[in-house]
Design a protein around this ligand. Structure first.
Ligand SMILES: [Zn+2]
Length: 90
């Protein structure tokens, strides 16, 4: 049995443990209507999941995950702005 890619727990099926497999599935469901402008949002969701998974005991890991989420959120906001000023329909 192999270990989960994100934590040291044994992987249930594939490279992820049961909890991470469910999270991955949920993230995919959230990003299903994939269009160009949702790319950024999918990334925000991924980073939010990453932050939730970050060890609370490891300050550096937690800060790095929080920083990734902040950058993804900013990038997403910029994408929305760009879409709007380019005359995109919402
Ligand atoms: Zn895991």
């Amino acid at each position: 049995m192999t270990a989960c890619l994100f934590c040291a727990k044994p992987a249930a099926r594939g490279p992820l443990c049961e909890a991470h497999r469910k999270r991955r599935q949920r993230a995919q469901v959230l990003s299903l209507p994939v269009r160009e402008r949702y790319q950024g949002w999918s990334r925000v969701v991924e980073c939010a999941i990453g932050l939730a998974d970050a060890s609370a005991e490891d300050d550096r890991e937690f800060e790095r995950a929080a920083d990734r989420l902040r950058k993804a959120a900013l990038a997403y906001a910029h994408e929305l702005e760009a879409t709007r000023s380019a005359g995109g329909c919402g």
